[in-house]
Ligand binder design. Structure first.
Ligand SMILES: NC(=O)c1ccc[n+]([C@@H]2O[C@H](COP(=O)([O-])OP(=O)(O)OC[C@H]3O[C@@H](n4cnc5c(N)ncnc54)[C@H](O)[C@@H]3O)[C@@H](O)[C@H]2O)c1
Length: 349
């Protein structure tokens, strides 16, 4: 098990340094450490790759992107331009970063163009074989000091390390969506990841305005996805059991857990509201919670019907194209508002 840096380490680093350009981008954000990586490669320019590229460019890094679909370069430029102009409107990006982002963004025609990157972040779809083949190919291209990170949502990093010549430089960096706004970043060392790699990833995350959570062990789904999927399983169970409809479950969740979750995690929440009651309730409740190990029918049916959600205006709720687009705009607006609120209430005590 790695002796990963904890919150004290994080705040020491946080207090110590400045962004890659020595700029403070947001006055509410503490100074960030100088990144140990500044020339960054991104493999896969889909939803996450585009958001991560936006975040890196906003923080002064030089980015090279590659996608097997050549059409993604144009889409990436459009996405970044729109996202950065939104950040400009909210004074979340320095004039210098805004002026220079285009000259700091490059597109590669193959992975061979990642030779001089100090960090490569893999963002292709959640497919172990595909991710492993990318790391195998990258290993033969990049120098020994290059950190290779995966944005996998769930795959154990130790599985990605298997069979590689230098597994110590492989690490999980799990970003939130939208990556340029969220403070969320989970850093997951695999069994063979070195301390140097963890430390580089941590400093890099801080330099991008994140508040990283470093895991002590490599575990499928990491932290936030384990919590979220336990919640989704129970939500589906409640609907499938006829206890409430989808809208009612959502309403209850938003008005209760959704209300406090930005201020407090589950443990702070128990502190705030009294631990013994939770222990008592849990004793009676645990045997009744879903323990199903298969994907709920409700979700399987939606997948079979081709429902992607907002992306194709087909989800658990009915949408028109216009209402789906409005939800996307609301989501962006809301995450900005939440970031402001989260910064106001960052626990320092
Ligand atoms: N969507 C989210 O909210 C989210 C959040 C955190 C992490 N993730 C994880 O991030 C990763 C990417 O997710 P996404 O939502 O951006 O997926 P996506 O499908 O939007 O994008 C994947 C991109 O990878 C490209 N690609 C496929 N094969 C490739 C190859 N061999 N070389 C280069 N590019 C290739 C595709 O053309 C596509 O543009 C997944 O592992 C996912 O689990 C997703």
């Amino acid at each position: 098990m790695l002796d990963a840096p904890g919150p004290a380490h994080l705040s020491r680093l946080d207090a110590a340094a400045a962004s890659p350009n020595n700029e403070v981008i947001n006055s509410s954000m503490p100074n960030r450490p100088k990144a140990s990586c500044s020339k960054i490669g991104i493999v896969g320019l889909g939803l996450m790759g585009q958001g991560i590229a936006t975040c890196l460019l906003a923080h002064g890094h030089v980015v090279t992107g590659y996608d097997s679909d050549p059409k993604k370069a144009a889409a990436t430029i459009m996405h970044i331009a729109a996202a950065l102009s939104e950040m400009k409107r909210r004074k979340l990006i320095s004039a210098e970063s805004l002026r220079t982002w285009k000259s700091r963004l490059h597109f590669a025609s193959c992975l061979g163009d990642f030779k001089s990157c100090e960090l490569v972040i893999e963002c292709v779809r959640e497919d172990l074989a595909l991710k492993r083949s990318i790391f195998t190919e990258l290993e033969a291209i990049v120098p020994a000091r290059t950190v290779l990170a995966s944005n996998t949502s769930s795959l154990p990093i130790s599985l990605l390390q298997r069979g590689l010549r230098r597994p110590g430089r492989i690490i999980g960096m799990h970003w939130g969506e939208p990556a340029q706004i969220m403070r969320y970043l989970e850093i997951i060392p695999g069994k063979l990841t070195t301390r140097t790699t963890v430390s580089k990833a941590l400093r890099f995350g801080l330099s991008c305005g994140k508040e990283p959570a470093v895991l002590k062990q490599d575990i499928r789904g990491f932290l936030s996805n384990r919590l979220m999927y336990a919640m989704i399983r129970e939500a589906c169970h409640l609907v499938e059991s006829g206890i409430a409809d989808i809208e009612t479950v959502d309403r209850s969740f938003r008005n209760d857990i959704g209300w406090w979750a930005l201020l407090a995690g589950p443990f702070r929440w128990m502190d705030l509201t009294g631990i013994p009651a939770y222990a008592t309730v849990m004793e009676g409740l645990l045997p009744e919670l879903s323990t199903s190990t298969s994907v709920p029918d409700l979700m399987q049916r939606a997948v079979r019907k081709g429902s992607l959600g907002i992306a194709n205006a087909k989800g658990f709720y009915p949408y028109t194209k216009a209402s789906a687009a409005q939800w996307e705009r609301d989501w962006t607006e809301f995450t900005h508002a939440m970031r402001t609120l989260a910064e106001k209430y960052t626990p320092t005590r």
